[in-house]
Design a protein. Structure first.
Length: 276
C-alpha cells in the first residue's frame, strides 16, 4: 500500500497513535517512535499538530503531561474538540452554553472566550446551546436539564460522538457518546460533533497547518474519528495498528473508512511517506 501523493502537513491523533493513557486519563505512555517521528518532521520543516477527541483538559494542562511522558508536543500544537467548539459557538453567536463536562472542560472553553455554565450553576436554564463533553460524573439531573434546553430550542453540540477510544487497559467507551445517546433519544435531536470526524475539526486543522485539506495527512487509529474525516474532506488517511484497530480490521473497512496507508506505529511514518 503506497500513497498517491505526499502529505504537506500532518494531524496526529493522541490515544493509540502518539500515546496510550489509562482509562481515567491520568497517566500516559508514549507509543514507541512517536517522539522521533515528530522531531524528524520538525527537522524536515513539515508542519504538524495533534488533535485529540478528548475534551477533559485545556491544551496548557494536557501539553505538560504529554511532554513528561516523552512526547514533544508544544501547547500551541495541541488541539481538542473544545478548540473547534469555541470557533463554532462564536461564529453562530451563542451567548450562554450549558456544559455537560468536567470543570476542566468548562475552564478550557472559558479560556477560549466562551460564556459557559455547569448544570448546578445559576442561569444554566437560560443557555442557548448545550455542549456535551468528557463527563464521568454525569447524573440524570444533568441529562434532564440538557433535554429541557434542547427541547426549548438550544443547539446540541458535542466534543465527540465516537463510541470508543484506545487505552492501556484496552478499548474504553466515550462518555460523551453515551450522554449524547440519552439526550437524542429523548429529544429527537442528533448532536453536532465539533471534534473528529467533523468538518469543523478539519477546517481548523487545514487553517492551522496552512495547507489545503487534500494535502493533510490524517494519522490515527480509529476508522470513524480519523479515516472517515480524511475521506470526507479529501485528505490522506494514514492508519496505525498501535491503538484500537488491527491490520486485519483495517483491511476489512468499507471504502469510506479505509486508510490510504497502514503502518504499525507512527515511528515508521516518515519512511513510509517517502519524506526522509
Amino acid at each position: 500500500m503506497t500513497l498517491l501523493r505526499q502529505p504537506k502537513g500532518f494531524m496526529f491523533d493522541l490515544d493509540g497513535t502518539l500515546i496510550l493513557s489509562n482509562r481515567k486519563l491520568g497517566a500516559y505512555d508514549a507509543i514507541p517512535g512517536a517522539a522521533e517521528a515528530l522531531q524528524e518532521l520538525d527537522r524536515l520543516g513539515i508542519p504538524w499538530l495533534a488533535l485529540t477527541n478528548g475534551s477533559a483538559y485545556a491544551s496548557r494542562v494536557q501539553g505538560p503531561k504529554l511532554r513528561a511522558a516523552g512526547v514533544p508536543v508544544p501547547d500551541e500544537k495541541l488541539f481538542t474538540p473544545n478548540s473547534a467548539a469555541a470557533r463554532v459557538i462564536k461564529a453562530r453567536g451563542y451567548e450562554k452554553v450549558l456544559v455537560l463536562g468536567t470543570n476542566g472542560v468548562a475552564d478550557a472553553l472559558t479560556e477560549l472566550g466562551i460564556n459557559c455554565y455547569l448544570p448546578a450553576e445559576a442561569r444554566s436554564e437560560e443557555c442557548d446551546a448545550v455542549y456535551v463533553a468528557w463527563h464521568p460524573d454525569c447524573v440524570m439531573d444533568h441529562i434532564h436539564l440538557a433535554c429541557e434546553r434542547v427541547l426549548a430550542g438550544a443547539a446540541l453540540l458535542s466534543a465527540s460522538d465516537v463510541p470508543f477510544f484506545a487505552t492501556k487497559e484496552g478499548r474504553s467507551f466515550g462518555y460523551s457518546c453515551a450522554i449524547n445517546g440519552a439526550i437524542s433519544r429523548v429529544t429527537g435531536v442528533e448532536p453536532e460533533p465539533t471534534g473528529k470526524p467533523s468538518m469543523h475539526a478539519m477546517d481548523m486543522i487545514a487553517e492551522v497547518l496552512g495547507v489545503a485539506m487534500e494535502d493533510v495527512g490524517v494519522v490515527g487509529d480509529d476508522a470513524v474519528a480519523e479515516m472517515l474525516m480524511a475521506h470526507q474532506s479529501g485528505a490522506i488517511g494514514i492508519a496505525v495498528t498501535s491503538g484500537s484497530t488491527s491490520a486485519e480490521e483495517w483491511a476489512a473497512q468499507p471504502p469510506e473508512k479505509r486508510p490510504h496507508l497502514v503502518i504499525p506505529t507512527i515511528g515508521e511514518l516518515v519512511a513510509a511517506c517517502g519524506l526522509g
